[in-house]
Design a binder for this molecule. Structure first.
Ligand SMILES: [Zn+2]
Ligand SMILES: [Zn+2]
Length: 281
Protein backbone atom coordinates (compact mmCIF):
# COMPACT_ATOMS: atom_id res chain seq x y z
CA UNK A 1 0.00 0.00 0.00
CA UNK A 2 1.26 3.50 -0.80
CA UNK A 3 2.60 5.46 2.19
CA UNK A 4 0.01 8.21 2.63
CA UNK A 5 2.30 10.25 4.90
CA UNK A 6 4.58 10.86 1.90
CA UNK A 7 1.84 12.99 0.34
CA UNK A 8 0.83 14.76 3.53
CA UNK A 9 0.46 18.49 2.69
CA UNK A 10 -0.29 20.72 5.68
CA UNK A 11 -0.10 24.42 6.38
CA UNK A 12 0.16 25.57 10.00
CA UNK A 13 0.11 29.20 11.11
CA UNK A 14 2.53 30.01 13.97
CA UNK A 15 1.99 33.77 13.69
CA UNK A 16 -0.51 35.81 11.70
CA UNK A 17 0.19 39.30 13.01
CA UNK A 18 1.76 41.99 10.88
CA UNK A 19 3.87 44.99 11.88
CA UNK A 20 4.21 44.21 15.60
CA UNK A 21 3.44 41.35 18.00
CA UNK A 22 0.48 41.93 20.33
CA UNK A 23 -0.59 40.38 23.61
CA UNK A 24 -3.48 40.38 26.02
CA UNK A 25 -7.08 39.24 26.24
CA UNK A 26 -8.45 41.17 23.21
CA UNK A 27 -6.04 39.26 20.93
CA UNK A 28 -6.07 35.84 22.62
CA UNK A 29 -8.12 33.95 20.04
CA UNK A 30 -6.13 35.16 17.02
CA UNK A 31 -2.74 34.98 18.71
CA UNK A 32 -0.10 37.66 19.03
CA UNK A 33 2.95 36.41 17.12
CA UNK A 34 4.10 37.92 13.83
CA UNK A 35 4.26 36.08 10.50
CA UNK A 36 5.40 32.50 10.40
CA UNK A 37 3.90 29.63 8.41
CA UNK A 38 5.00 25.99 8.53
CA UNK A 39 4.32 24.03 5.37
CA UNK A 40 4.77 20.27 5.59
CA UNK A 41 5.10 18.44 2.28
CA UNK A 42 5.59 14.73 2.93
CA UNK A 43 8.78 14.53 5.00
CA UNK A 44 9.94 18.04 4.05
CA UNK A 45 9.54 21.14 6.23
CA UNK A 46 9.24 24.53 4.59
CA UNK A 47 8.85 27.68 6.68
CA UNK A 48 7.64 30.95 5.24
CA UNK A 49 8.90 33.92 7.25
CA UNK A 50 10.60 34.12 10.61
CA UNK A 51 8.45 36.47 12.66
CA UNK A 52 8.12 35.88 16.40
CA UNK A 53 6.01 32.76 15.71
CA UNK A 54 9.12 30.89 14.55
CA UNK A 55 10.47 30.63 18.12
CA UNK A 56 7.84 28.12 19.24
CA UNK A 57 7.95 26.32 15.88
CA UNK A 58 11.73 25.92 16.29
CA UNK A 59 11.29 24.32 19.71
CA UNK A 60 8.76 21.89 18.26
CA UNK A 61 11.01 20.94 15.34
CA UNK A 62 14.00 20.31 17.61
CA UNK A 63 11.99 18.03 19.88
CA UNK A 64 10.09 16.13 17.17
CA UNK A 65 12.43 15.97 14.17
CA UNK A 66 15.92 17.25 15.07
CA UNK A 67 17.63 15.84 11.95
CA UNK A 68 15.20 17.13 9.38
CA UNK A 69 16.43 19.59 6.77
CA UNK A 70 14.57 22.89 7.00
CA UNK A 71 13.87 25.26 4.14
CA UNK A 72 13.22 28.83 5.29
CA UNK A 73 11.71 31.14 2.67
CA UNK A 74 11.73 34.82 3.62
CA UNK A 75 9.29 37.17 1.93
CA UNK A 76 11.46 40.15 2.93
CA UNK A 77 13.37 41.52 5.89
CA UNK A 78 11.04 43.92 7.67
CA UNK A 79 11.21 43.24 11.41
CA UNK A 80 7.83 41.51 11.66
CA UNK A 81 9.10 38.84 9.21
CA UNK A 82 12.60 38.22 10.57
CA UNK A 83 12.72 39.14 14.25
CA UNK A 84 12.46 35.48 15.31
CA UNK A 85 15.62 34.45 13.41
CA UNK A 86 18.07 34.79 16.35
CA UNK A 87 15.71 32.66 18.48
CA UNK A 88 15.13 29.73 16.09
CA UNK A 89 16.29 26.63 18.00
CA UNK A 90 17.44 24.54 14.97
CA UNK A 91 20.15 27.16 14.27
CA UNK A 92 21.79 26.09 17.54
CA UNK A 93 21.83 22.36 16.72
CA UNK A 94 25.17 21.11 15.46
CA UNK A 95 24.93 19.60 11.98
CA UNK A 96 21.32 20.65 11.51
CA UNK A 97 20.76 21.64 7.87
CA UNK A 98 18.86 24.82 7.14
CA UNK A 99 18.69 26.78 3.94
CA UNK A 100 17.48 30.35 3.94
CA UNK A 101 16.16 31.86 0.70
CA UNK A 102 15.05 35.40 0.04
CA UNK A 103 14.52 37.53 -3.04
CA UNK A 104 16.80 40.49 -3.76
CA UNK A 105 15.95 43.41 -1.48
CA UNK A 106 16.76 47.07 -1.80
CA UNK A 107 19.80 47.91 0.33
CA UNK A 108 20.95 44.31 0.84
CA UNK A 109 23.79 42.65 -1.06
CA UNK A 110 22.44 39.13 -0.58
CA UNK A 111 20.60 36.87 1.89
CA UNK A 112 23.71 36.12 3.96
CA UNK A 113 24.39 39.83 4.42
CA UNK A 114 20.78 40.31 5.46
CA UNK A 115 21.14 37.97 8.44
CA UNK A 116 24.52 39.45 9.40
CA UNK A 117 23.05 42.95 9.34
CA UNK A 118 19.98 41.86 11.31
CA UNK A 119 22.18 40.57 14.12
CA UNK A 120 24.76 43.37 14.02
CA UNK A 121 25.43 45.97 16.71
CA UNK A 122 23.82 48.15 17.91
CA UNK A 123 20.68 46.13 17.19
CA UNK A 124 21.71 42.74 18.59
CA UNK A 125 24.37 41.49 21.03
CA UNK A 126 25.77 38.56 19.00
CA UNK A 127 26.11 37.77 15.30
CA UNK A 128 25.19 34.66 13.30
CA UNK A 129 28.57 33.11 14.23
CA UNK A 130 26.77 31.81 17.35
CA UNK A 131 24.75 29.41 15.16
CA UNK A 132 26.04 25.83 15.00
CA UNK A 133 23.80 24.54 12.17
CA UNK A 134 24.96 24.22 8.57
CA UNK A 135 23.22 27.16 6.94
CA UNK A 136 23.03 27.72 3.18
CA UNK A 137 22.00 31.14 1.93
CA UNK A 138 20.21 31.61 -1.40
CA UNK A 139 19.37 34.90 -3.06
CA UNK A 140 16.48 34.39 -5.47
CA UNK A 141 15.93 36.08 -8.81
CA UNK A 142 12.49 37.55 -9.54
CA UNK A 143 9.85 35.19 -10.99
CA UNK A 144 11.93 32.09 -10.44
CA UNK A 145 10.97 28.45 -10.11
CA UNK A 146 12.96 25.86 -8.21
CA UNK A 147 12.47 22.43 -6.72
CA UNK A 148 13.03 21.46 -3.10
CA UNK A 149 12.70 17.81 -3.97
CA UNK A 150 11.52 16.07 -7.13
CA UNK A 151 7.95 16.54 -5.93
CA UNK A 152 7.97 20.04 -4.42
CA UNK A 153 7.99 23.02 -6.78
CA UNK A 154 8.40 26.60 -5.55
CA UNK A 155 7.44 29.55 -7.75
CA UNK A 156 8.05 33.18 -6.79
CA UNK A 157 6.64 36.54 -7.80
CA UNK A 158 7.76 40.07 -6.92
CA UNK A 159 5.29 42.03 -4.79
CA UNK A 160 4.65 45.76 -4.54
CA UNK A 161 6.23 46.66 -1.19
CA UNK A 162 8.77 49.31 -0.14
CA UNK A 163 12.21 47.68 -0.40
CA UNK A 164 10.74 44.61 -2.11
CA UNK A 165 8.94 41.43 -1.07
CA UNK A 166 8.46 38.00 -2.63
CA UNK A 167 5.30 35.93 -2.97
CA UNK A 168 5.73 32.13 -2.84
CA UNK A 169 3.67 29.34 -4.35
CA UNK A 170 4.26 25.72 -3.34
CA UNK A 171 3.00 22.91 -5.58
CA UNK A 172 3.06 19.39 -4.17
CA UNK A 173 1.04 16.21 -4.77
CA UNK A 174 -1.35 18.00 -7.16
CA UNK A 175 -2.25 20.59 -4.53
CA UNK A 176 -1.04 24.16 -4.10
CA UNK A 177 -0.58 26.82 -1.44
CA UNK A 178 0.67 30.40 -1.81
CA UNK A 179 1.69 33.10 0.64
CA UNK A 180 1.28 36.67 -0.59
CA UNK A 181 2.58 39.19 1.94
CA UNK A 182 3.42 42.13 2.08
CA UNK A 183 1.98 43.92 -0.93
CA UNK A 184 0.08 47.09 -1.82
CA UNK A 185 -2.52 47.07 -4.56
CA UNK A 186 -3.42 50.01 -6.73
CA UNK A 187 -7.14 50.79 -6.48
CA UNK A 188 -9.02 49.53 -9.49
CA UNK A 189 -6.10 47.42 -10.72
CA UNK A 190 -5.20 43.82 -9.98
CA UNK A 191 -1.57 42.82 -9.70
CA UNK A 192 -0.84 40.55 -12.68
CA UNK A 193 2.16 38.98 -10.90
CA UNK A 194 -0.10 37.87 -8.07
CA UNK A 195 -2.88 36.66 -10.36
CA UNK A 196 -0.39 34.53 -12.25
CA UNK A 197 1.03 33.08 -9.03
CA UNK A 198 -2.34 32.17 -7.51
CA UNK A 199 -4.01 30.99 -10.71
CA UNK A 200 -6.26 28.00 -9.81
CA UNK A 201 -4.56 27.76 -6.41
CA UNK A 202 -6.16 25.58 -3.72
CA UNK A 203 -5.39 27.88 -0.77
CA UNK A 204 -3.56 31.20 -0.44
CA UNK A 205 -2.87 33.51 2.46
CA UNK A 206 -2.98 37.19 1.62
CA UNK A 207 -1.93 40.51 3.14
CA UNK A 208 -5.29 41.60 4.54
CA UNK A 209 -3.83 44.27 6.84
CA UNK A 210 -6.48 46.79 5.93
CA UNK A 211 -10.03 47.44 4.84
CA UNK A 212 -10.63 49.25 1.53
CA UNK A 213 -11.94 52.27 3.47
CA UNK A 214 -8.63 52.48 5.41
CA UNK A 215 -6.34 52.43 2.35
CA UNK A 216 -6.30 56.22 1.98
CA UNK A 217 -4.57 56.52 5.40
CA UNK A 218 -1.96 53.88 4.61
CA UNK A 219 -0.94 54.51 0.99
CA UNK A 220 2.80 53.88 0.57
CA UNK A 221 3.17 51.50 3.52
CA UNK A 222 2.89 48.54 1.17
CA UNK A 223 -0.23 46.73 2.35
CA UNK A 224 -3.50 45.50 0.94
CA UNK A 225 -7.07 44.72 2.00
CA UNK A 226 -9.23 41.67 2.51
CA UNK A 227 -11.62 43.05 -0.12
CA UNK A 228 -8.77 43.03 -2.66
CA UNK A 229 -7.93 39.49 -1.52
CA UNK A 230 -11.50 38.45 -2.36
CA UNK A 231 -11.36 40.16 -5.75
CA UNK A 232 -8.06 38.41 -6.59
CA UNK A 233 -9.34 35.05 -5.33
CA UNK A 234 -12.38 35.26 -7.59
CA UNK A 235 -10.45 36.30 -10.71
CA UNK A 236 -7.78 33.64 -10.15
CA UNK A 237 -10.33 30.90 -9.37
CA UNK A 238 -8.68 30.27 -6.00
CA UNK A 239 -10.26 27.68 -3.73
CA UNK A 240 -9.70 29.33 -0.39
CA UNK A 241 -8.44 32.70 0.83
CA UNK A 242 -6.93 33.13 4.29
CA UNK A 243 -6.60 36.67 5.61
CA UNK A 244 -3.30 37.32 7.36
CA UNK A 245 -0.87 40.08 8.50
CA UNK A 246 -3.40 41.49 10.98
CA UNK A 247 -2.65 45.01 12.16
CA UNK A 248 -1.91 45.58 15.87
CA UNK A 249 -5.04 47.73 16.21
CA UNK A 250 -7.24 44.85 15.03
CA UNK A 251 -8.56 42.74 17.93
CA UNK A 252 -10.39 39.38 17.89
CA UNK A 253 -13.82 40.99 17.58
CA UNK A 254 -12.69 43.16 14.64
CA UNK A 255 -11.34 40.05 12.91
CA UNK A 256 -14.60 38.16 13.56
CA UNK A 257 -16.42 40.93 11.69
CA UNK A 258 -13.97 40.75 8.79
CA UNK A 259 -14.33 36.98 8.67
CA UNK A 260 -18.11 37.26 8.57
CA UNK A 261 -17.84 39.60 5.58
CA UNK A 262 -15.36 37.25 3.88
CA UNK A 263 -17.62 34.25 4.43
CA UNK A 264 -20.56 36.06 2.91
CA UNK A 265 -18.46 36.23 -0.29
CA UNK A 266 -17.43 32.57 0.00
CA UNK A 267 -17.80 30.20 2.98
CA UNK A 268 -14.31 28.83 2.26
CA UNK A 269 -12.65 32.20 2.96
CA UNK A 270 -11.44 32.78 6.53
CA UNK A 271 -9.21 34.76 8.86
CA UNK A 272 -5.94 32.96 9.63
CA UNK A 273 -5.37 32.52 13.35
CA UNK A 274 -2.32 31.23 15.21
CA UNK A 275 -2.53 27.45 15.52
CA UNK A 276 -4.75 26.98 12.48
CA UNK A 277 -3.74 23.90 10.52
CA UNK A 278 -5.06 23.42 7.00
CA UNK A 279 -4.77 19.98 5.50
CA UNK A 280 -4.50 20.15 1.72
CA UNK A 281 -3.89 16.44 1.46
ZN1 LIG B 1 4.92 42.87 7.41
ZN1 LIG C 1 6.92 44.59 5.11
Amino acid sequence: MADKSKENFEVTFWGTRGTLPVSGAPFARTGGNTNCIEVTCGDHTIIIDAGTGIRELGSKLVSTSPNQKIHLLLTHAHYDHVEGIPFFAPFFIENADVDISCGKLEGAKDTSQLITDLMDRPFFPVGPEVFSANIDYNTLEENCTFNISDAIKITTAPLNHPGGSTGYRIDFANKSFACITDTEHISGQHDENILKLINNIDVFSYDCSLRDEEMCDFRGYGHSTYEEGIRLAKIANAGSLLASHHMPFRNDNDLDKIEKEMKSANPDYAVAREGDCIKLR
